[in-house]
Design a protein around this ligand. Structure first.
Ligand SMILES: [Zn+2]
Length: 464
């Protein structure tokens, strides 16, 4: 047998002990958003660090941050001709409420049939353990074929507030060729999935001010420009009849969809009916010239998240409100920049807001979009690893949501991420009764063993 086969059989023979470790990890209630859990969160970091050391990872360190610790470790013995893969993960989990909807206690992992129910089982303690088990199997049976580094943080579920500073401070320590981030899922149990792009975000609050106090609509209706009406006009003008966003220059930097991407997206079988069924709407809406899946993954969008103005309690009150506010979010795609969208929104308002009101806009939160080249050797190594286990080529997907750490790593370290994972759409992540489909998870462990061997054949890339 070759070293790959030894590692695969070791991983297959030790699935039960991988599961045992996963259960121990799940029992630590590492809910990052709850301050009363901060001891649990740091215990969880130490537990992971201990595991890394025990499987042979070196230079394991638990770095304190302003909030929750980041665990680092590496194993760099494959030589400089081999790539260095930075494995990203998070050990924190979402809160469990509403607790009464859980059929089993969320931090007591319960196996029912093929599924393991518990908070964090899928997002992402299960994925993290799949990675550690694959690494362990290779370490136990031979020489590790590539260089690996780990960063495992405890703040992903609260927006990774400490990771930027950590990346900046530890730039030299973290230098690698590519990031493996197993924190996404599969679109179905028989379709392995690689995520290579994520949308960014620019979130705004727009405030419009009219009279200095609410007015009697009988006494003043007809002479005062109503701020609620002005804001409605402004917001409704942000899309044209074709569903395109009208902020000046909004599409200037948007990368066009390649034919290869369009073909891949069409394979996903997520047509307009799929989306109207998912959302319970009578039909889909969006930018003309693009399919629903293209709009969600590869096109930028603008949404109204909330409106606030005037009298909204029971009954009638005849006023002209003194002010109005809207929350507006934009999802951005490569190569849009949140601060540029901010400027575009301001210039839209400068052009369209009437002089009868005063307005202001605030950029409340932002995150860059990211995309990696699907032809990267490590991405191809992952694709063939997934195909070796599932027997079908993986689909390549760009996600509509945002994973800010991916863009942070790309901007600060200059490293692309390849994202995958073995969670399923019905895993209830972030919801009660989160679960992990164990047969899929076990396949994932074996696929990751293949990945590390496949990646070793790649020629070392120049560090960008
Ligand atoms: Zn996650």
């Amino acid at each position: 047998m070759d070293t790959r086969s030894f590692a695969l059989s070791y991983a297959a023979e030790n699935l039960e002990s991988s599961l045992l470790f996963l259960k121990e990890l799940i029992k630590i209630p590492s809910v990052s958003t709850e301050s009363e859990r901060s001891k649990d969160v740091s215990n969880c970091a130490n537990f992971i660090a201990h595991r890394l050391t025990s499987i042979g990872i070196e230079h394991v360190q638990v770095y304190e941050t302003a909030k929750h610790p980041i665990v680092y470790g590496d194993h760099l013995h494959a030589g400089s001709t081999q790539p260095t893969i930075l494995i990203y993960g998070h050990y924190d989990v979402q809160p469990v409420d509403p607790l009464e909807l859980w059929k089993n206690p969320p931090f007591e992992p319960t196996r029912i049939g093929d599924n393991l129910f518990a908070r964090g089982s899928s997002d992402m303690k299960g994925q993290l353990v799949a990675c550690l088990s694959a690494v362990d199997a290779i370490m136990k049976t031979g020489k590790f074929p590539v260089n690996i580094k780990f960063i495992i943080e405890g703040e992903e579920e609260i927006g990774s507030p400490s990771i930027k500073k950590f990346l900046q401070e530890k730039k030299d320590l973290l230098i690698s060729d590519v990031v493996l981030n197993p924190d996404t899922g599969m679109i179905a149990a028989d379709i392995p999935t690689i995520v290579y792009g994520l949308r960014g975000l620019a979130y705004f609050e727009i405030r419009v001010f009219g009279p200095d106090h609410d007015l009697h609509s009988g006494a003043y209706g007809g002479v005062v420009h109503n701020p609620a009406q002005v804001l409605c006009d402004l917001v409704s003008g942000m899309h044209d009849a074709d569903g395109r966003v009208t902020l000046p220059g909004f599409y200037d930097r948007v990368l066009p969809l390649s034919d290869q991407e369009r073909k891949e997206l069409a394979r996903l079988n997520m047509d307009d009916n799929y989306y109207s069924n998912q959302t319970g709407t009578s039909g889909v809406w969006g930018e003309k010239g693009y399919s629903s899946i293209e709009r969600i993954s590869c096109r930028p969008t603008l949404e109204v998240n909330g409106f606030l103005s005037g009298f909204t309690s029971q009954g009638a009150k005849t006023i002209i409100p003194s002010k109005a506010m809207a929350k507006i979010s934009t999802r951005l795609v490569p190569n849009q920049k949140p601060e540029e969208v901010n400027i575009q929104l301001v210039s839209y308002l400068e052009k369209h807001a009437p002089s009868t009101v005063r307005w202001e806009v605030e950029l409340i939160s932002d995150g860059f979009p990211s995309i990696s080249d699907i032809n990267l050797p490590e991405t191809q190594a992952l694709a063939s690893a997934l195909e070796m286990i599932w027997g079908v080529k993986p689909v390549y997907k760009r996600e509509g949501g945002s994973v800010p750490v991916t863009a942070d790593i790309q901007q600060i370290l200059g490293i692309d991420s390849v994202l995958t994972g073995f969670g399923l759409p019905d895993d209830n992540i972030h919801s009660p009764n989160e679960k992990l489909h164990l047969p899929t998870w076990q396949k994932g462990i074996l696929a990751l063993v293949h990945f590390f061997f496949n990646a070793s054949k790649t020629i070392k890339l120049d560090i960008k």
